[in-house]
Design a protein around this ligand. Structure first.
Ligand code: NAD
Length: 306
């Protein structure tokens, strides 16, 4: 099959997703005379984090969501950051709060996340939301796994009975991804840095999801014929341009696309795969939070469990 037919186009998926979402923010504005509102807190000047925040704010604006940016110095104390969160928790005009991770090492990420009101926790990292997801009664589902799940559901239609293998056990991706797939009756294996015989696990996967952060680690020796591959990794690779001899960087995933594309049935590219859907899901969670804040029914096109 030609390679382009194998691509799971996250950009296209996200555009369709946002088109379905937009009427809900318009409707909210009509009913409450204000837009749904997302507050984003950025601590420090990490380049990647600043780009992510800019993309989130830009997408919010395009989709009828007001955003409030709180930009704090890298040296901000944990107490001052907590005070910013308390103010946003109390602000009736703010529906969702996101703290861009990672935070500087003198601040406890867990403490910060635990103090975001669970009803405004659009990242879905608060223990209440995390627990609800694992109990099969989700409120806010973390955006990256939700986006991956949405694409998988659309590609495969039926997930029940599939062998899903996840590489990476983080709270942001691996663990919530496992919970979502389990709720859809997949048999799920979570692998990680201490897993023995990683390739053998991966070779059994009908669905292989990689969230590791090692450039192009997953090659053809990890992949079963006709597997569906979701590459969550975002890695900046330095290389020397052979024509100009200049040092350049490019984004690559955890998966060596060229080596696996002939074996895989479908695969997400990097960039243009998981990334755009992550942002789209953040918009979804924000609008959902806004309706919940107003104690209004949210006409969720993903189904009531999302
Ligand atoms: P993390 O560092 O928290 O977790 C990495 C996981 O990989 C760990 O569980 C670790 O055990 C596992 N691991 C490390 N080395 C391994 C190895 N050799 N073999 C098997 N497992 C190994 O990272 P994270 O936050 O889950 O992010 C993972 C990647 O996904 C990163 O590249 C990150 O940038 C990317 N990411 C992308 C998005 C997106 O929107 N596209 C969102 C979140 C994370």
């Amino acid at each position: 099959m030609e390679h382009f037919k194998k691509i799971i186009d996250g950009k296209k998926y996200s555009e369709e997703f946002l088109q379905k979402l937009h009427p809900l923010s318009t409707e909210f504005f009509k009913n409450f005379n204000r837009k749904p509102c997302l507050a984003v807190i950025l601590v420090g000047d990490n380049t990647a984090s600043s780009i992510y925040v800019k993309n989130k704010v830009r997408t919010a604006k395009k989709n009828g969501i007001r955003s409030v940016e709180v930009i704090l110095s890298r040296n901000v104390s944990e107490e001052d950051l907590l005070n910013e969160i308390f103010k946003l928790n109390d602000d009736q005009n703010v529906d969702g709060i996101l703290v861009q991770l990672p935070l500087p090492i003198h601040i406890s990420e867990r403490k910060i996340i635990n103090n975001i009101s669970p009803i405004k926790d659009v990242d879905g990292f608060h223990p209440t939301n995390f627990g609800k997801l694992f109990l099969g009664d989700p409120n806010f589902i973390p955006c990256t796994p939700l986006g991956c799940f949405y694409m998988l559901k659309n590609e495969l239609k039926v997930l029940s009975g599939k062998n899903a293998v996840i590489i990476g056990r983080s709270n942001i991706v691996g663990k919530p991804m496992a919970s979502l797939l389990l709720s859809s009756n997949c048999s799920v294996t979570i692998t990680h840095s201490k897993t023995e015989n990683l390739r053998e696990h991966c070779k059994k996967a009908d669905i292989l999801i990689s969230a590791v952060g090692i450039p192009e680690m997953v090659d053809d020796t990890y992949v079963k014929q006709d597997a569906i591959i979701i590459d969550v990794g975002i890695n900046r690779l330095q290389f020397v341009n052979s024509e100009t001899k200049a040092n350049e960087t490019k984004l690559v995933g955890d998966v060596n696309f060229k080596k696996v594309v002939d074996i895989a049935k479908k695969i997400t590219p990097v960039p243009g795969g998981v990334g755009p859907m992550t942002i789209a899901c953040l918009m979804h969670n924000t609008i959902k939070a806004a309706y919940k804040n107003k104690k209004e029914n949210f006409a969720n096109f993903l189904g009531e469990n999302f």
